[in-house]
Design a protein around this ligand. Structure first.
Ligand code: PBG
Length: 323
């Protein structure tokens, strides 16, 4: 036998020498859930180890993460029912706790990279990402204006990356134009390019209490049956000025991550979503899986598939192991 692949696996050091991929804390964006008020820290039932935090706690959490090497955060607001309405008005209100907290966070940690989410669902009484008309249809073009206002208000707080997660057609261009017209050409857009109508978002909707009140998101989020359609979305987002293309969820869509990486020059992000986190946590709690090893293998697989950036609820835990 002249060729023996096992020679390159003979010791930890040799295995590391020939490793094609590795994880770094630089790869991660850690999603965080922001609560109104202060001194609030409430665990998400379906996501053990993940908390909804008021801004005082969130500042501490960010500091801890920064010390572990995690420097990027995606912040989502938990909006009380009383603040919701049909047009998601609070999303562009500078007196609303989310925008005030973003400003405070950027002032305290100017070197951190803060990403925000643009979609109507957390602020909407309908729980949809766009405006719902009297027949239950999601109005695309009318929604763009709200998304533009929301993105601009977020940019005004000093954040670094806007994350449109709504899947309306034309929103990247609309947001890019709005930002540029107002002097925010330096604010980046990480577009949720291939965002699928997925059952894996369940725990996130528990965390934010943002599940749709009626219907589902299948007329705007992609059909899990489709892969090549992601190329259409990617081409549009790139042409419309996106700086990053995202695939979401990650683990059930590794083929889509790979496809976008092979076909586009822009950095590819993958969102390792709430349900993917909860599955591993649940199996580990039962003793059916080794939680740490399953976590690291999953994250590495997302990287191997072609992701340059991973948004993951495991970011902090993984950073402790990488250190
Ligand atoms: C809001 C949004 C969702 C997620 C990120 N932004 C939920 C949804 O579209 O219903 C899901 C994230 C996760 O499950 O971790 N548009």
């Amino acid at each position: 036998m002249l060729r023996r692949p096992r020679r390159n696996r003979k010791s930890e050091t040799v295995r590391n020498l020939v490793a094609e991929n590795s994880l770094s804390t630089n790869d991660f964006i850690f999603p965080l859930f922001l609560l109104e008020g202060e001194k609030q820290k409430i665990e998400v039932d379906s996501m053990p180890g993940i908390y909804r935090l008021s801004v005082d706690h969130m500042l501490k959490e960010i500091e801890e993460c920064m010390n572990l090497g995690i420097k990027s955060f995606d912040i989502f607001p938990v909006v009380a029912e009383k603040h919701k309405d049909k047009m998601a008005t609070q999303s562009a209100n500078h007196d609303f706790f989310y925008l005030k907290a973003l400003k405070e966070i950027k002032e305290k940690f100017p070197e951190a990279c803060i990403m925000t989410d643009v979609a109507m669902d957390p602020y909407s009484t309908d729980g949809h990402d766009g405006i719902v008309d009297e027949h239950g249809n999601i109005l695309n073009d009318e929604t763009l204006e709200i998304l533009g206002d929301m993105a601009l208000a977020q940019a005004e707080t000093g954040i670094d990356i806007i994350g449109p997660s709504d899947m309306m057609d034309g929103r990247v261009e609309y947001i890019r134009d709005t930002l540029d017209d107002n002097g925010f050409e330096h604010v980046s857009i990480m577009s949720y390019t291939a965002k699928y109508a997925s059952a894996f978002y369940g725990p996130f909707r528990d965390a934010l209490d943002s599940a749709p009140k009626s219907g589902d998101k299948k007329t705007y989020q992609m059909n899990p049956a489709n892969k090549h359609e992601a190329l259409i979305e990617a081409e549009l987002d790139a042409d419309e000025g996106a700086d990053f293309l995202m695939v979401k969820p990650a683990l059930a869509y590794l083929d889509v991550i790979h496809l976008l990486k092979e076909n586009h020059e822009l950095p590819i992000a993958a969102y390792n979503v709430s349900g993917e986190y909860s599955m591993i946590k649940a199996a580990a709690a039962k003793g059916w899986l080794d939680g740490e090893r399953t976590m690291m293998e999953s994250l590495l697989s997302i990287k191997r598939a072609g992701a340059d950036i991973i948004l993951s609820y495991f970011a902090k835990e993984a950073a402790k192991l990488i250190k």
